[in-house]
Ligand binder design. Sequence first.
Ligand code: SF4
Ligand code: SF4
Length: 392
Amino acid sequence: MPKTKVSIQRVPSYESEAVRLALLKNLEFLGGLDQIVRPKSRVFVKINHLSPPSPPENMIVTHPIFTKELLILLLDLGCEITVGDDIQSNKEDGFHVSGYRKICAELGVRLVNLKETGFREIACQGQILNKAYISPLVLDSDFLINLPKLKTHSFIAYTGAIKNMYGVIPHGLRCRYHRKYEKSEIFCQMLVDIFSLVPPHLNIMDAIYAMEGEGPSAGSPKKVGLILASFDAIALDSVATKIIGLDPMQIHTTTNAAHRKLGTAQMDEIELLGEKLQDVEIKDFKQSAISVGLIRKNLPSFLHGFIQSQLVLIPRVLPKQCTACKECVDICPTGAAQMLEGKARIDKSGCIHCMCCHEVCRFHAIKLGQRPLGRILRQMTAIYKKILSHFS
Ligand code: SF4
Ligand code: SF4
């Protein structure tokens, strides 16, 4: 059986020429863009563009230069392109802050906040969902290109190609699902339900600069210097997680999607093109605190719930930094984030630890804490992983 191809190319920076060459090389390994995308077809390009407005150098969004270079290649094929994501911009234009407004205007490419064109109800025979609301721009495109950013995630450990497709459903529903599916395993099953409805034809990951620590928005930029591409989002996520020191078999989105045969997560079924995995692995990539819980498969099952409860991150408002913008209150799916005496506060008893408030606060006024035992477990895991890597 032919193996699934994942191409890895080095790129030192977001310098346009270097990005273009690396994209071309990746696409060449996969057969060439003109063989992948039908000329003059309608292409939807799904970027990763979180709601709080953030400039590209914060490495929260798929970098606009990376997207721009791909758009130039697609325009050469005469494609009718739409770039989009569903974002919740209140006062500021998030697309302006990230640079997307500018690059799309320069190229004459349509840029859409998906909420502006509405969502279509479709049936879903998923593990969790029996129907879903998806952007018609995505459903009606001839070709779907997924441009995830390589990042850790404070709730599900890792966010990449599978998770990026969550942005094709309405923002309000995403908040509701956070409330409804508060266990990460169940949440990931729901993510794969959505993914299964809109599997991208091509996935190209911006891993030139990734985010480590408490992603997807409050971590730190980390240079990885790579672009990855594959037709198979699951294979691409498996390779990306390996590069940053995570075990793909412990990432729920990856294992669930592979179990449903939406792609492969088995490294021996993946053909790597370009760089070798051992040459691009990042040994000191900082994981999110929750990823410590991923070692629990080695522990007796009766301990899982307890360990998870200790590892969970607890959001806390820093009153001095809080500008009372209320964005955390608006996004909180349970009402645990509230305004009190002109500052946000979080009612711990109602908090389901979805991290939406943390993700949305652009003033860094929400800090994530951990229970003392959780901190110890995290340190012990770091030592455990070091020992394992020493012997592997
Ligand atoms: S905590 Fe952040 S998001 Fe919430 S009101 Fe304060 S500044 Fe706004
Ligand atoms: S307070 Fe924050 S972490 Fe807790 S439920 Fe609300 S949005 Fe989620």
